[in-house]
Design a protein around this ligand. Structure first.
Ligand code: NI
Length: 167
């Protein structure tokens, strides 16, 4: 297992479109384990592969209170959604910032699991929001994109300043 480096907004690599995984092999499973370790260590409740500079359609999520219910989704696709929910979101690539975002409340997701088996799951509330947030990353979309331009620019400026001073 290994801790991976998490890219920070506004790194342009976070805007790349990730490609589907064709074969779920040991290399992918290793990546999943490393992503989970990185996510728990951060600590965070979700991570997408492009955040660790791997442009593959893979996300890890764990919204359980104890952090003992990891969900690994490969090539996730939201096939239906219902209702609306506003939640305060943050992102491991935008540390220190939290803003309200409106998303679907209930979703149905199709994906491959870590054995390459096709699965479908239903999610609502925090799990639903988290899966939508992480799936967005696979298309180069971030939660700041849902904010007003003024708010987004302010966050970008502060993030750029942080980067200049971190050593
Ligand atoms: Ni994020």
């Amino acid at each position: 297992m290994a801790l991976l480096h998490i890219l920070r907004y506004p790194d342009p690599r976070l805007r790349l479109i990730s490609t589907p995984v064709e074969v779920v092999d040991d290399e992918i499973r290793q990546l999943l384990d490393d992503m989970l370790e990185t996510m728990y260590a951060a600590p965070g409740i979700g991570l997408a592969a492009p955040q660790v500079d791997v442009t593959k359609r893979i996300i890890t999520v764990d919204v359980s209170p104890k952090g003992d219910a990891p969900v690994c989704l490969i090539n996730p696709e939201i096939i239906s959604h219902e209702g609306k929910e506003v939640m305060e979101e943050g992102c491991l690539s935008v540390p220190g910032f939290h803003e309200n975002v409106e998303r679907a409340d209930q979703i149905r997701v199709k994906a491959l699991d870590r054995d390459g088996k096709s699965i479908e799951l239903e999610a609502e509330g925090l799990l639903s929001v988290c899966i939508q947030h992480e799936t967005d990353h696979l298309d180069g979309r971030m939660f700041v994109d849902y904010l007003s331009e003024i708010k987004r620019k302010r966050i970008q400026k502060k993030m750029e300043k942080q980067r200049r001073f971190s050593m």
